[in-house]
Design a protein around this ligand. Structure first.
Ligand code: GUN
Length: 297
């Protein structure tokens, strides 16, 4: 079998279009422009690329983008003061602090100082708790993008066996909660899981989010399963230079799976599209406006 490719790039363009439409409506009907503040501490090259891309796409969707670039040695107090100012700023509807933070900063404390209604990453403990109890919350962008693609491909996910490989707070845990919310039977696998191949072979849906290049081979995949590859790993090419690969061995998985997301062009573009969607959602909730349909869980 040759798997259908789930085109995250095209899907993300569609989501961005829906966001832009809703932004236009809010501006025209309510005179409000949704605004996203992104805070970057230090000079991590990958984070700089992400932040630039987030700012560009925010503006392209018709929203205001506020970038705050702070020195790597910024104190915790100064960072918390900036977040307090953004929490109080009426023009800012979404706040994202790019992770990882430099070691001297307490990531949990910083994230939990963001006003929960502006926490477009969905990392604040209030949002984590709301998601875990099936209540309306801000939903982390990468798992939200994965869920949108799965719903689009399958329609209902009810009763499917889903295995999430990876237990991070950013992807693995919220992904499991979202799949459970859609009535999947969910297993979270991780580095200590016994007989991981057997666990993965039982899955109708596999979400790989471990950060290990090409870790999941095709012979772990149940024929016809849907494979969502969250990994973005840069590896050396034998002939020199580098290339991006996922956590899944794409060539062998595509032989067996029913559908698979490519890297690049799968989950990656959906993450920023969902950040834009979350910013509009946050703006609507803060101002008591009708929320865009289909752009949240
Ligand atoms: N670093 C890697 N992924 C993310 C993300 O989704 N949000 C934030 N804030 N930082 C990240």
């Amino acid at each position: 079998m040759s798997a259908q490719i789930i085109d995250g790039k095209a899907f993300a363009a569609k989501v961005r279009g829906q966001v832009a439409e809703h932004v236009t409506r809010i501006k025209e009907e309510n005179g409000i422009t949704p605004g996203l503040a992104v805070v970057l501490v230090g000079e991590d090259p990958a984070s700089q690329v992400y932040v630039r891309s987030k700012g560009k796409q925010t503006v392209e969707a018709g929203m205001n983008s506020y970038e705050h670039k702070l020195d790597a040695d910024t104190s915790q107090d100064d960072l918390l003061k900036l977040i307090a100012d953004l929490n109080a700023d009426k023009d800012v509807h979404g706040i994202l602090v790019q992770l990882p933070l430099p070691k001297h900063l307490n990531e949990d404390l910083v994230i939990n100082s963001i006003a929960p209604e502006k926490d477009v990453d969905g990392f604040h403990i209030s949002n984590v708790g709301l998601l875990g109890t099936g209540q309306k919350s801000m939903v982390p962008c990468t798992p939200l993008g994965c869920l949108m693609m799965l719903r689009d491909y399958h329609g209902s996910l009810s009763g499917m066996n889903a295995v999430v490989i990876g237990r991070s707070n950013i992807v693995g845990k919220p992904m499991a909660q979202l799949l459970l919310g859609d009535s999947c039977t969910v297993t979270i696998a991780h580095s200590r899981t016994k007989d991981l191949p057997a666990v993965v072979r039982g899955a109708d849906i596999v979400v790989a989010a471990v950060g290990r290049p090409e870790m999941v081979p095709g012979d772990w995949i149940k024929p016809g399963a849907t494979v969502i590859d969250v990994g973005i790993n840069r590896i050396d090419k034998p002939e020199g230079g580098t290339r991006l690969v996922g956590d899944v061995d794409y060539a062998s998985c595509a032989e067996v799976a029913g559908a698979v997301t490519p890297v690049p062009g799968g989950v990656g573009p959906m993450t920023i599209a969902c950040l834009l969607a979350n910013t509009v959602t946050a703006c609507c909730r803060i101002h008591g406006l009708v929320e865009p349909e289909g752009l949240t869980a």
